[in-house]
Design a protein around this ligand. Structure first.
Ligand SMILES: [Zn+2]
Ligand SMILES: [Zn+2]
Ligand SMILES: [Zn+2]
Length: 768
């Protein structure tokens, strides 16, 4: 009798890796084991969760299947390995304490929007957490932004200072509870609390800080609201006065503001929302989604001037929900709380110090934000979601790479900086660090790479960096002692990043179009076709060089680039052309710029595609100076949407040694002719976009004929231009190319740290 029982009982050990800690995985395993009548245990380990189950073999099979198909919403299983083992004598299924016998490798979860269960408790007057703004459970709440070290438990988070009350502790200890081991678990009795402060940081005497905040917003005030990854500056999105005041105080001219909405129906009233966009809006990551705005959208004119899109997102913290429940306002501006391009403020006192000239009040709380993390920005293009800024909700989820690599730190570029740490076959990109042009940003850069290395428990001896000698990240890398340093060309990194996330190996045709990247010849590149793999690249084509009069000044004043191109093709004084463009420029400044170009003073050579966009935008009268990066190019793109013109402007191709030089004489002559005939700007812009696509499709064909390559990778900031991007994808597909582009990481400079890391990894392999 005893023998038959034994024959029907087996035991299996199962190692689960991925994001399986702090996401309710063990209670789920516990429930599942009970449902399948299995005994054994589950424990957190350095790499994930270890499970042993014992019982009927069929039920164990069922357990294994359901382990994957019914895992909690936030769990991401990367591997699951079962092994048969000897039957033991346990009588129940238990959750046992963590086993930390080797360095931790388990992944930390990103921050997650409040879940439906917590929301319904929060809105239920009979629940003990009724209207509690910090309600959370293992399926939702803060993670990455409150963790200062691993393994992930309450002591190593900013919840350490809050001692759980008996009720919270009971939930925390109960394996069948949704809050079992929910590290940020809290309630009115034991957790963080909100306060409203006035502009000078003094407490406002109110028992209802959220309702009071809502009143302030309804009266057109600006309130700094402490969120998950930092403070937002909030104001009524429909109020011209509030939005103008915010712009004035924040010193932010025309750059679009993101809008947080009270619900999906409201977003749909303001914007066109298709199915993929709806999914992203409702996802637990809750990024800002760029959506085509409806003409009747009831927002202040200053929200996103000259832009056809609105950046929209849904409320994602319990606090946001309570704020919207306290007002009828459908949408609030929710913009990162900072002065122009500084990092987002996270600390209460720091917020008051930095923002008191902007905010009329501060809605603060006593749960510290340990990691800055801006809202992510996503759009849908060519049928896929594309990251424009990958941050809250996505970091620190890794990008899986094809090959195991030794640990590498890649420090990214100068603008929209991110850093990347490779561990094994996973690449971890940091949150958006931003433009490294002030002291606060430098500190944030340093903090981000320290924190990433700490939570991943990896300390690379190899650093990959951009070749630009003036980039802060480059200078930082070169100053590190005892490291193996690997310099990577900017556009090569762009293409490698695109290859990496598409899991490509071998050679590709890489089209890298952006504003600025340091070339191997010391010129500023930015309109490049490369024959590239991870090991290296050849330059297959590029725009001919033109002077960039005044260097960075030309980026802020696109009219300088128009002067540069006109001087090239029409001579120093444009051959007496009668263009309205020239009439709009101060004669003295025009003369200075012409002299700079003529005598090659402070005018580096550039093949930048971004600057070509600037030149065309300025010449066509779209914009001669900009208030934020790429504004002229964005407005030129917006203009093209009103045109159905099917023409395209011609470019010139010159063979030059082993590559093609792209000339622009025909292009500018055509544009000038059209301007003199007073064609509309929409048509001119459209023809320019179509011409670029034609140009690169032709080039790709020539390169395919010579090199037998059919895979094309698109990368670089210019592909944030939706029209250019979608036309390019369809133009290349029409010629039967396999077209690869970004989805998980940005096409702009926020993605290059990934490419740098992959190139460094390949070089190390080649050397060994
Ligand atoms: Zn929850
Ligand atoms: Zn409590
Ligand atoms: Zn770039």
């Amino acid at each position: 009798m005893e023998q038959t029982t034994r024959a029907l009982t087996v035991r299996k050990s199962i190692d689960v890796t991925g994001i399986v800690q702090g996401v309710g995985f063990r209670p789920f395993v516990y429930r599942l084991a009970h449902e399948c009548s299995l005994t054994g245990f589950a424990a957190n380990t350095p790499s994930g969760v270890a499970i042993e189950v014992q019982g009927d073999p069929d039920l164990i099979e069922q357990f294994l299947t359901r382990l994957q198909s019914e895992a909690p919403p936030l769990a991401k299983i990367t591997s699951l390995t079962p092994h048969e083992m000897e039957v033991q004598s346990d009588t129940a299924f238990r959750i046992v304490s963590s086993r930390l016998d080797s360095p931790p490798k388990a992944l930390i979860s990103p921050d997650v929007a409040v879940c439906a269960d917590c929301l319904s408790e929060m809105m239920n007057p009979r629940d003990r957490r009724f209207r509690y703004p910090f309600i959370n459970c293992t399926n939702c709440g803060p993670r990455f932004t409150i963790i200062h070290d691993i393994p992930y438990d309450r002591l190593r988070t900013s919840m350490a200072s809050f001692r759980m009350c008996a009720s919270c502790q009971a939930e925390y200890d109960d394996p069948s509870n949704r809050r079992f081991h929910a590290q940020p678990n809290a309630c009115w009795d034991c957790g963080p609390h909100l306060r409203l402060w006035s502009a000078d940081g003094s407490p406002v005497d109110t028992a209802e800080p959220i309702r009071e905040t809502a009143r302030l917003l309804e009266r057109d005030a600006i309130v700094a609201v402490k969120g998950l990854g930092g403070f937002h500056l909030a104001c009524n999105a429909a109020s011209e006065a509030a939005v103008n005041l915010l712009r004035e105080r924040k010193h932010r001219v025309e750059k679009p503001f993101a809008l947080m909405f009270r619900g999906l129906p409201e977003i749909e009233r303001y914007c066109v929302v298709d199915e993929p966009a709806r999914k992203i809006l409702l996802s637990a990551e809750r990024p800002i989604v760029l959506l085509p705005r409806r003409p009747e959208a009831a927002v202040a004119s200053g929200i996103a001037p000259n832009n056809r899109f609105l950046g929209a997102f849904l409320h994602y913290t319990p606090l946001h929900h309570l704020l919207f429940a306290s007002t009828k306002l459908p949408a609030l501006v929710m913009t990162s709380a900072n002065l122009s391009e500084e990092p987002i403020a996270i600390d209460n006192q720091e917020a008051v110090r930095r923002l008191q000239s902007i905010a009329d009040g501060f809605l603060v709380h006593d749960r510290d934000i340990l990691r800055r993390c801006d809202d992510s920005v996503v759009r849908v293009a060519a049928g896929r979601s594309q990251q424009l800024r990958r941050s809250r909700g996505f970091v620190p989820v890794p990008v899986t790479i094809e090959r195991e690599s030794e640990p590498i730190l890649a420090v990214g570029g100068e603008l929209k900086n991110t850093v990347c740490v490779v561990r094994g076959s996973e690449a971890f990109l940091s949150q958006h660090v931003g433009d490294l042009e002030n002291l606060e940003s430098y500190r944030f850069f340093q903090e981000s790479l320290d924190h990433l290395q700490r939570i991943l428990e990896v300390h690379p001896k190899v650093i990959a960096y951009d070749l630009h000698p003036d980039y802060f990240s480059t200078k930082w890398a070169l100053a590190q002692e005892g490291m193996h340093l690997i310099g990577v060309q900017h556009h090569h990194a762009h293409i490698a990043a695109c290859m990496a996330e598409n899991h490509l190996d071998g050679k590709v045709i890489g089209i890298a179009l952006d504003g600025t990247g340091y070339g191997t010849d010391g010129a500023i590149w930015g309109g490049e076709v490369l024959l590239a793999d991870y090991n290296g690249f050849e330059r297959a084509a590029h725009f001919e060089y033109v002077p960039l009069p005044g260097g960075a000044a030309a980026i802020h004043e696109p009219w300088r680039m128009a002067v540069s191109y006109l001087s090239k093709h029409y001579g120093k004084y444009f051959g007496g052309l009668d263009l309205s463009f020239t009439k709009g420029i101060d004669t003295r400044r025009l003369h200075v710029v012409q002299q700079m170009i003529h005598h090659e003073i402070h005018s580096p050579r550039t093949s930048s595609c971004g600057r070509l966009f600037d030149a065309v935008a300025a010449l066509a009268g779209v914009r001669s100076t900009v208030n934020f990066e790429a504004q002229a190019a964005i407005e030129l793109e917006m203009a093209a949407h009103d045109s159905t013109d099917e023409g395209s402007y011609p470019f010139d191709l010159f063979p030059d040694g082993t590559h093609w030089r792209i000339g622009t004489q025909n292009l500018f002559q055509s544009i000038v002719d059209d301007l003199l005939r007073q064609d509309c700007i929409a048509d001119i812009s459209r023809r320019f976009h179509t011409g670029l696509v034609q140009l690169f499709a032709d080039l790709a064909e020539k390169i395919r004929a010579q090199n037998k390559l059919n895979r094309v990778c698109l990368s670089g900031g210019c592909f944030q231009n939706l029209l250019l991007f979608e036309l390019m994808v369809s133009g290349l597909r029409a010629k039967s190319f396999e077209v690869y582009f970004h989805s998980e990481v940005p096409a702009g400079d926020g993605g290059i740290s990934l490419g740098q890391a992959l190139i460094a990894s390949a070089r190390l392999r080649a050397q060994s």
